[in-house]
Write a protein that binds this ligand. Structure first.
Ligand code: NAP
Ligand code: MG
Length: 402
């Protein structure tokens, strides 16, 4: 069989621990036998980030800007323990944070659905994608404990003019917080969400609490609305998809009663909470994909989970592991399909689709890793170790494409 050729490279970012082990195996078992992989390789493993003073992360992000598509392995975000464990020069920032800051995007998370794991919500038939705004609000807030006294909001403009608003006259102890957002950032959140809806041909919902937060949340609502009316309305009509805004309470109720199959754009905090709810309700974090979409159309694909440290330490001791590689495989297929779309490379698109189908079929034949076996009611389950599962998928794939 002749290998599929790639016209343009995609950016490959290697990572850490168990997912780094799986990365190598996914490439050698499921990709390299079929594709002449053309990647720009960046090693974002913690050791190399330390050697390069984290320059490698910035270089990788700039490369995504250049080539338009990237695929990333999970990486360690160092804390105190990791600084000691790896003898690091400093406590480097989260690579995802660095990449996000350079690409300025929105993160979309969607579950991978199979018949062996039923969603807790019976009506959900299709994936629900959460688009989470990844800037500001309580994640960049300023907080204070206060006592009896007056708390005010004070803004000084660049000419020194002041605007004041009373927050509260405190009779006793209390707490306050100040938070902000930027119109620029909300605009790119909106455009990324509209583009992703067009790209995946799904309806887009956006929710906030504008009835209570009449200036803050209302600004989000207005920006989404303006951009939709000016730039996207016609494109949405053409694709026969819908945009609508509703209050977050109403959105929650509607999502629960829905069939799924939509994108739900959420403010930062709502997205944080709701994406965990969606992941759990659909089954497992190990089956959650994640893609960062920048407003100017760059895409970075990854699994939503981390480096699965506990399994890695078992692996290092020579013990058998049963780590789920599905979200990491889908990160690759997502990136390869996007590369194929941008380069009009039909073979690459077809391969990506076939590989995803092969993964689902393998699981639906009963071959799965332990995490899925534990939550499945399926009758005929064969629990596979990390590497057996990849071989199973390869066999299904060969049956499909030969
Ligand atoms: P984690 O790697 O997501 O794993 C947490 C637990 O979830 C695992 O111990 C395992 O449970 C289960 N799990 C997650 N993915 C799985 C998979 N593919 N297959 C089977 N089970 C899976 O989170 P963590 O242990 O909190 O974090 C480890 C490292 O990952 C940290 O250094 C963190 O900084 C990093 N991290 C990176 C990213 C990223 O790069 N995007 C995201 C999150 C975390 P059991 O142990 O019960 O089997
Ligand atoms: Mg969360």
């Amino acid at each position: 069989m002749e290998k599929i050729k790639m016209k343009t490279p995609l950016v490959e970012m290697d990572g850490d621990e168990m997912t780094r082990v799986l990365w190598r195996e996914i490439k050698s078992i499921l990709l390299e036998p079929f594709i002449e992989l053309n990647t720009k390789y960046y090693d974002l493993g913690l050791l190399n980030r330390d050697i390069t003073n984290d320059e490698v992360t910035k270089e990788a992000a700039l490369a995504i800007k250049k080539y338009g598509v990237g695929v990333k392995c999970a990486t360690i975000t160092p804390n105190k323990d990791r600084v000691k464990e790896y003898n690091l020069k400093e406590m480097y920032k989260s690579p995802n944070g660095t990449i996000r800051a350079i690409l300025d995007g929105t993160v979309f998370r969607a579950p991978i659905i199979t018949k062996v794991v039923e969603a807790y919500i019976k009506t959900w038939k299709k994936p629900i994608t959460i688009a989470r705004h990844a800037y500001g609000d309580i994640y960049k807030d300023v907080e204070m404990k206060v006592s009896k006294g007056k708390c005010e909001l004070l803004f000084t403009d660049e000419n020194g003019n002041e605007e004041r608003k009373l927050i509260h006259n405190f009779d006793g102890d209390g707490v306050v917080l100040g938070m902000h957002n930027l119109n620029n950032s909300i605009e790119s959140f909106a455009r990324s969400s509209f583009n992703y809806a067009l790209d995946t041909k799904q309806d887009l919902w956006f929710s906030s609490k504008d009835t209570i937060s009449k200036l803050y949340d209302h600004t989000f609502k207005d920006i989404f609305n303006d951009i939709f009316e000016k730039e996207y309305k016609e494109k949405f009509e053409k694709e026969n998809i819908e945009y609508f805004y509703t209050l977050i309470d109403d959105a929650v109720a509607r999502v629960i009663k829905s069939e799924g199959g939509m994108i739900w754009a959420c403010k930062n905090y709502d997205g944080d909470v709701m994406s965990d709810m969606i992941a759990t309700a659909f089954g497992s974090l190990a089956m959650m994909t994640s893609v960062l979409v920048s407003p100017d159309g760059n895409f970075e694909y990854e699994a939503a989970h981390g480096t699965v440290q506990r399994h890695y330490y078992k692996h290092l001791k020579g013990e058998e592991t049963s780590t789920n590689s599905v979200a990491t495989i889908f990160a690759w297929t997502g990136a390869l399909r996007k590369r194929g779309e941008l380069d009009s490379n039909k073979e690459l698109i077809n391969f990506s689709n076939s590989l995803e189908d092969a993964v689902i079929e393998t699981i639906e034949k009963g071959f799965m890793t332990k995490d899925l076996a534990l939550i499945s009611n399926f009758e005929n389950i064969k629990v596979r170790n990390s590497f057996e599962f990849l071989e199973d998928v390869k066999n299904t794939l060969l049956d499909k494409i030969l």
